[in-house]
Design a protein around this ligand. Structure first.
Ligand SMILES: Nc1ncnc2c1ncn2[C@@H]1O[C@H](COP(=O)(O)OP(=O)(O)O)[C@@H](O)[C@H]1O
Ligand SMILES: [Mg+2]
Length: 221
């Protein structure tokens, strides 16, 4: 489903070259739950960003579902992201003053869908994530666990095949981190392919995780 072939990424900062990724070869199968494990600065977020085509690799090739992602023009790139990728961010990136409903539909804004179709999609997700009674509540009035489920609903709203989660438990206490694992089980049941960048030991010996990939200095070790 996802193939990275000899990916390198170099940044130039104050005339100094930073090698963020140094020859990454990676293959992830449909339905797999994979954890990218590595210290801060090892290149985990850059890998996620390259898979989402938000960052272009300096060299190498990214193929997702037979699409050569790095060759896409900007228009096709947005469409690719919209249809294939759902994101769960470290701090969720939710909007506190908007309702649960409005937070979930944010990724649909560029799509111009009919209102009844949007309502149908959101209501399905509210059911899946046990948020039915929270539909019109302002996000900031929800508990941490509920906010997490809203973030997951938003990642699912376009029915993407791939979910990318960047340090999803970094700001969570133990209870919420365990809830996150439960939510991942739900995503697995929906046959999503899930890539989690994290250095949280919670993921390292959990049976929900199919594979752990160690990253160090931009390389797989
Ligand atoms: N936009 C950028 N400009 C310059 N350097 C960057 C940029 N993004 C990431 N880096 C550098 O690339 C390396 C890998 O970063 P990152 O992928 O964020 O690692 P991780 O997610 O594992 O903490 C780090 O050295 C980081 O400082
Ligand atoms: Mg990171």
């Amino acid at each position: 489903m996802i193939t990275l072939h000899n990916i390198t990424k170099k940044y130039t900062l104050h005339n100094e070259e930073i090698i963020a990724l140094d020859g990454i070869d990676l293959q992830i199968n449909q339905g797999e739950i994979v954890v990218l494990k590595g210290a801060s600065g090892s290149g985990k977020s850059t890998i996620l960003s390259i898979i989402a085509n938000m960052t272009k690799p300096t060299s190498g090739e990214v193929i997702v579902n037979d699409v050569r992602v790095s060759k896409l023009s900007d228009d096709f790139s947005s469409a690719y992201r919209l249809h294939n990728i759902g994101f769960i961010f470290q701090k969720y990136n939710l909007i506190p003053n908007l309702s649960v409903f409005d937070n979930i539909i944010v990724p649909l804004i560029p799509k111009n869908l009919k209102e009844d179709l949007i309502i149908h999609k959101v209501e399905q997700l509210l059911g899946t994530l046990q948020l039915e009674t929270k539909r019109n509540i302002e996000l900031k009035k929800l508990s941490g666990g509920e906010q997490q489920r809203v973030a997951i609903a938003r990642a699912l709203i376009n029915d993407p095949l791939i979910i990318l989660a960047d340090e999803p438990t970094a700001n969570l206490d133990e209870k919420l981190s365990l809830e996150f694992i439960e939510n991942i089980k739900l995503l697995k049941n929906l046959h999503k392919t899930i890539l989690i960048a994290s250095h949280d030991p919670l993921f390292f010996d959990h049976d929900i995780v199919d594979r752990i990939i160690d990253i160090k200095g931009g390389k797989i070790i």
